[in-house]
Design a protein around this ligand. Sequence first.
Ligand SMILES: NC(=O)c1ccc[n+]([C@@H]2O[C@H](COP(=O)([O-])OP(=O)(O)OC[C@H]3O[C@@H](n4cnc5c(N)ncnc54)[C@H](O)[C@@H]3O)[C@@H](O)[C@H]2O)c1
Length: 340
Amino acid sequence: MISLEGKNIMVTGGAGFIGSHLVEEYLRCGAEKVVVYDDFSSGTIENLSHIKSGLLKIIRGSVLNYNLLNKIVKSEEIDIIDHQAAKLEVYSGILDAKREARVNIFGTLNVLNAAIKNKVEKVLFASSAAVYGQAKKIPQDEMHPLEPHWPYGVSKLCAEKYCMQYNKLHGLNTVVFRYSIVYGPREWFGRVLTMFIKRIFLENESPVVFGDGSQIRDYVYVKDLVKAHMLAIINDKANGEVFNISSGKGISIRDLASLLLEISGKKLGIIFDDPKEGEASRYQPERVRLPKELKVLVLDNRKANNILGWRPETDLHDGLIEEIKWITENPWRWQVKPRV
Ligand SMILES: NC(=O)c1ccc[n+]([C@@H]2O[C@H](COP(=O)([O-])OP(=O)(O)OC[C@H]3O[C@@H](n4cnc5c(N)ncnc54)[C@H](O)[C@@H]3O)[C@@H](O)[C@H]2O)c1
């Protein structure tokens, strides 16, 4: 096990889905202290309530509040910042690109500035496959053209460029991760996988697939992703680099629905629906079709393997079982309006 003994770690967005798994692992690996810095706009205290450690400190604050952020980084003597806080609802971002730009770009600049000011050792940044846009070749490696087709991807691309630039200009150790689609326990409700699981396992209804379901996606299990962060913290060769974090394998949305049906053992079929972009499904009105959907998303993860020695270990089937177990034990977590 990697030791984080003596390290004070801040996780911005630590009350969120991915952030809460990072917090858990940093504490398990012996961090001196973990500070969650979160405005709780989408994160919840329930994501952290199972953690009983006295070494966890939770601060309610926005990354847009530089003075507070800087004060906490200084007073808590933070060594490492894992910057997860972001707005990531793709459809809302299309309707209001400024909101995403504010949090994802200016929020990241605040984190980077506070890091320099307080001589933070390393900043890890959560970027996204959305920086690539439509795939020109499969799998997409880190050299793939960067042509985001949604404002969310533009904001992440801009923020990651600042991370790289701060590394070169100020010598700040930054590591950028481009995650594919992350899943696992505590995933928030709104994306297609959560819609399928809710329908099949909580409502006993057939999953609704848009189009013919041939869209290909790459799902990476959240606990595998956490391991990549641990390896990047202890490896100086990660500094100034960008890594895809993915399963490296594609599955069609139709096959994903079939896999879930198989796991459930229920005699339900698949409903095919074809709403227009931006319109809701007639079978599942809470589900809206995204404009300009990606046809294929599969990220090449060989760089993370070569430099960090990281590889995804969790099979999609096994990871789905963990997520299903969590939500069937906590069904109220998805009794909310979907985040879009
Ligand atoms: N979930 C995925 O599949 C995925 C894929 C690619 C990249 N990412 C990136 O990973 C990170 C975590 O995503 P997640 O899925 O855990 O989402 P999440 O919404 O569960 O977590 C984001 C957290 O950031 C907090 N936050 C938002 N605005 C804030 C602000 N102004 N100040 C402080 N905190 C704020 C939210 O309250 C929440 O706790 C994000 O940066 C996201 O862009 C996620």
